[in-house]
Design a protein around this ligand. Structure first.
Ligand code: IMP
Ligand code: MG
Length: 177
């Protein structure tokens, strides 16, 4: 099995590029059926979702728009420590159909935070698309509309996902050995 090394760790091939692309085509069919005529605004969560989003959005054949969101963490002045903030949303999202595009949903904390921020701006509806989902780690009840692959609680890299900055450029997804 193909093995790669990033920093100090070894990873084995887990989901091939071909499987990823085939699954994206299936998700694309669903998106086209369900969102046609709605001019959805795709919200790409940086950095990890950039490759998945690029391939997924190319399958959408009707009008749509895109925007990018990044979560920035900074040390707060209070003892609660790290505070997250959504940066980059400039569009007026009131009454829009939004599609959040994530690389991976793990505990769901990130997604929960993003959902709260977006809901406060009164969109018509919010759909969620994630390439990877770890059901055993998920601690929220927010339903996820489009899931590429359900995976175990393993650490994955490649196709946008990184290990300390490395691995995002890989076309396949790898699992920590
Ligand atoms: P959550 O807030 O726990 O759902 O975590 C989501 C974020 O954690 C993702 O957007 C990733 O940045 C990171 N993450 C979770 N699992 C993995 C993984 O297996 N590999 C790389 N990053 C991960
Ligand atoms: Mg991420």
């Amino acid at each position: 099995m193909k093995t790669i090394k990033l920093h100090d760790k070894e990873f084995g091939l887990f989901i091939s590029s071909e499987k990823i692309q085939n699954r994206i085509e299936e998700l694309g069919n669903e998106l086209n059926k369900e969102l046609k005529g709605k001019n959805p605004l795709f919200l790409i969560i940086l950095n990890g979702a950039f490759l998945f989003a690029a391939d997924l959005i190319k399958t959408f054949s009707d009008d749509c728009e895109i925007s990018f969101l990044k979560l920035s963490s900074y040390s707060g002045t209070s003892s609660t420590g790290v505070v997250k903030q959504v940066v980059g949303l400039v569009e007026n999202i009131e009454n829009r159909t939004l599609v959040i595009i994530e690389d991976i949903v793990d505990t769901g904390n990130t997604l929960d935070y993003i959902m709260k921020e977006l809901k406060s701006k009164n969109p018509a509806e919010i759909k969620i698309a994630t390439l990877l989902f770890k059901p055993k780690a998920y601690q929220k009840y927010i339903p996820i509309d489009y899931i590429g692959f359900e995976v175990e609680n393993d650490f994955l890299v490649g196709y946008g996902l990184d290990y300390n900055g490395l691995g995002r450029n890989l076309t396949d997804i790898y699992k920590l050995k």
